[in-house]
Design a binder for this molecule. Structure first.
Ligand code: PLP
Length: 456
């Protein structure tokens, strides 16, 4: 029997033999030795070797209320006993889906009052592709099919989500679907040249207008973006960027989809990143923090206009998933939202992020290898560079120094991710100031060790 009690090497060998990992070359993984996680509580992970690891990434940006919450286990068990599954297709519904949709309508800003459920962020973005195209079809403008997205954005890894995303390695893995085009990202450090961040933010937003005019407004359905690009490297756009995007979408009547899969449910110090960045979307993509990762659930929160047009058409909206609104996932998500509200976790994010974490995070810019530092709420990034003034790149292949730094972090029992040579954090939102001190100390030590290796 395979249990936690087997020796690590045996578990690693079985894993290498039978388990294909996402976004990983399994041969390389087997050589490096995969770490076996056996349990977790709060912000702390345990591994099979007895280490206690600070999870600076909240899993994959999702464990907002921290690990090991008894209430969430209870909510799942109760719901499984009562109604373990039923679908929401055709003419049936159930209380967990009703209650969660109503709660999300209450929390979401503006007239985002309608929820279409999925089991992940990727699936929810696939829903969005169909939703916006269906909307324009019903409105009698079937030509409006193209969706404009951004290079280095991330919207998932289904064929739809991966196509909306602007990541070349994903596009190279099986191609992309038609009717999606990409414009530049607002990443000033890497691409801003001699412009000020504000000039660059404006210029990058105006690429949207140029693209709409090039394609013809009669062919454009929607624009999609993350309020703050997460998987692209926690790239916080210059302050000029989102107001200009909003102006352009409003001017041309282009639907605005904001992907809140990472930024939703408190991560940026508000319920949604749209509120932090002052954006008014027609559709929000949600997942991850919706259930704090305790159950796979995602969805699209949709404004009145789109929901009414699509919902009142003569023909059905022919789209959905077996697990859309899964009762157990919905019950867990509801309980998770109750915890976030009752424990005032969104306020806690604001309290610990500014100034406590912000002071310590930005002080890492004193390190010889750290250039740009960014932090919004509890998502942050550090740009590694051999020369801060010149915003230079390392001579080694992009990502080499980032990977070395991540490996040092891992050795020092801190999970921090790297995106090429940018280090990122997104810890559970319940992190305390004492745990922040520990995270910063381990990050500093790892940067010092990586710098020594890079220098020598
Ligand atoms: N959208 C964003 C912004 C994400 O960061 C992610 C995942 O990291 C997704 C969508 C895809 O979500 P999932 O992995 O649940 O399909």
């Amino acid at each position: 029997k395979i249990t936690n009690h087997l020796p690590t090497a045996e578990l690693q060998a079985l894993d290498a033999a039978h388990h294909m990992h996402p976004f990983t070359s399994d041969g390389a993984l087997a050589k490096r030795g995969v770490r076996v996680i056996t349990g977790a509580k709060g912000v702390w992970l345990n591994d099979s070797e007895g280490h206690r690891i600070i999870d600076g990434m909240a899993g994959l940006w999702c464990v907002n209320v921290g690990y090991g919450r008894h209430e969430l286990a209870q909510a799942a068990a109760r719901q499984m006993e009562e109604l373990s599954y039923y679908n929401t297709f055709f003419m049936t519904t159930h209380v967990p889906a009703i209650a969660l949709a109503a709660k999300l309508a209450e929390l979401a800003p503006g007239d985002l009052n309608h929820v279409f459920f999925a089991s992940s962020g990727s699936e929810a973005n696939d829903t969005n592709i169909r939703l916006v195209r269906r909307y324009w079809d019903v409105k009698g403008q079937p030509g409006k099919r193209t969706i404009i997205a951004r290079r280095n954005g991330y919207h998932g890894s289904t064929m739809g989500g991966g196509s909306l995303g602007g990541m070349a390695p994903i596009h190279a893995t099986g191609g992309i679907i038609d009717g999606i085009v990409h414009i530049g990202q607002p990443h000033w450090w890497a691409e801003g040249g001699e412009m000020t961040p504000e000039e660059f933010g404006l210029a990058r937003a105006q690429e949207l207008e140029a693209k709409i005019l090039e394609l013809g407004v009669e062919n454009v359905a929607a624009f999609i973006g993350e309020p703050i690009q997460g998987a692209g490297g926690v790239i916080v756009p210059p302050s000029t960027y989102w107001p200009e995007i909003q102006r352009i979408c409003d001017k041309y009547g282009i639907l605005l989809i904001v992907d809140e899969v990472i930024t939703g449910f408190g991560r940026t110090g508000n319920w949604f990143g749209s509120q932090t960045m002052g954006i008014k979307p027609h559709i929000m993509t949600i997942a991850k923090g919706l259930s704090s990762g305790y159950q796979p659930i995602g969805g699209s929160i949709v404004c009145d206009e789109i929901a009414h047009v699509v919902g009142n058409a003569d023909d059905d909206f022919n789209h959905g998933y077996t697990y859309s609104g899964h009762p157990v996932a919905a019950a867990v998500a509801l309980e998770n939202l109750r915890i976030i509200e009752e424990e005032k976790i969104v306020d806690h994010v604001r309290d610990v992020a500014h100034p406590y974490l912000a002071e310590r995070w930005h002080a890492l810019a004193d390190h010889p290898m750290v250039g740009d530092t960014k932090l919004v709420g509890l998502m942050g990034s550090l740009q590694l560079t051999p020369n801060k003034e010149k915003r230079a790149k390392f001579a080694a292949k992009p990502g080499t120094v980032g990977l070395k730094t991540r490996e040092r972090c891992f050795k020092n029992n801190l999970v921090m991710r790297h995106v090429y040579d940018r280090m990122i954090i997104s810890p559970p939102l319940v992190i305390t100031t004492a745990e922040i001190d520990e995270l910063i100390a381990r990050a500093k030590l790892s940067l010092d060790e990586a710098y020594k290796i890079v220098k020598d």
